[in-house]
Design a binder for this molecule. Structure first.
Ligand code: ZN
Length: 333
């Protein structure tokens, strides 16, 4: 058993309380390799933004759980080395699918876990979430749960259709499970293909696809029923067209990739939404930069030559999200 406190990590409790009161959101960036982690920590340290390092079950399998724990511990030390005296870094399990997975993360140094039982019937979702909360809270680990179904594909999580969260269920669910934060479904979606062209309209000037707006009425209804309760948005990459274009221009094939417009995320961040998950944007920035570098430098074969510009591009993107979209800069001085 390793406590996250020994690793210098923090849980999400104080962070979320401040974010809800302050009208901003904490970035939750997924990572599974060193360059992504370096870029996240550099961006957070430079902007003094609290940050959630997010690991999916797939990432845990890819990178190895032991290595990930030391990477998170290393991230805290690295942040201090960069001059961030009091780093506020969370290590969070994204989409835990069972009690066993969540328990193993709690035991392995995670400071926060998500139990996603949203595909189960309502009462079973409550029972499983409650079981995880009871275990995690013994070790002061915070728990995120999910109510409603998001469309799209994220690692091993996929659903063809989405169902908005029912506001009347949110209060019952939060009270009975004791969860610390609730992921809701209001029209965000996992992956780089969040909407089909048929679901979108077309911008007459640019010819780009414009996705349907988020269901802010559902969000506001939930806020009214659960005042001050931390709300989480999954699937909130904006799929920047510059990176999609960069991928496509240099040999990629990502037709009709479309995400959530940043203005909508900015609006959500001002509400009780206090955690916004971003994964695809980092993948796109990294892949775009690598494709461009290799296309322009066909003789390069040292990974540092193409991973360095990829890391720079991700860092730039993370800083942009922190400062211009979530508003979390300067909140962890
Ligand atoms: Zn998700």
């Amino acid at each position: 058993m390793v406590s996250y406190k020994e690793l210098g990590l923090v849980n999400t409790r104080e962070m979320f309380k401040k974010a809800v009161a302050g009208g901003y959101a904490i970035p939750a960036f997924n990572f599974n390799n060193m360059e992504q982690l370096q870029a996240i920590i550099m961006a957070a340290a430079e902007t003094k933004s609290p940050v959630i390092l997010q690991v999916s079950k797939g990432a845990r399998n890819y990178a190895n759980q032991t290595l990930l724990r030391y990477m998170a511990e290393g991230a805290v030390a690295y942040a201090k080395e960069l001059g961030w005296e009091n780093p506020q870094i969370v290590l969070h399990l994204d989409h835990g699918d069972s009690f066993e997975t969540c328990k193993s993360c709690v035991d392995f140094g995670f400071s926060s876990v998500m139990i996603d039982a949203s595909s189960l019937p309502y009462e079973e979702n409550i029972a499983l979430t409650k079981k995880v909360v009871e275990y995690a809270h013994q070790f002061d680990v915070t728990v995120e749960a999910e109510l409603g179904v998001l469309a799209g594909v994220e690692d091993e999580v996929s659903a063809a259709e989405s169902h908005y969260t029912k506001p009347e269920e949110a209060i019952d669910f939060a009270t009975r499970t004791g969860c610390d934060a609730l992921a809701i479904s209001i029209g965000t979606s996992h992956g780089a293909y969040k909407f089909t062209p048929e679901q979108c309209t077309k911008d007459p000037k640019t010819g780009r696809l414009v996705p349907p707006p988020l269901a802010f009425d559902v969000l506001h209804e939930i806020e009214k029923k659960l005042p001050g309760f931390p709300i989480v948005l999954h699937g909130s990459s904006s799929v920047p067209q510059e990176y999609v274009d960069m991928c496509n221009q240099y040999g990629g094939n990502l037709p009709n990739a479309v995400g959530i417009p940043e203005e909508q995320l900015r609006e959500a961040a001002k509400s009780a939404v206090c955690k916004i998950n971003i994964d695809s944007d980092s993948r796109l920035a990294m892949t775009g930069a690598i494709r461009k570098h290799l296309a322009e430098n066909p003789s390069h074969f040292d990974p540092r030559q193409y991973l360095k510009p990829a890391r720079e591009e991700m860092k730039k993107m993370y800083i942009h999200k922190i400062v211009n979209v979530l508003g979390s800069d300067g909140k962890a001085e």
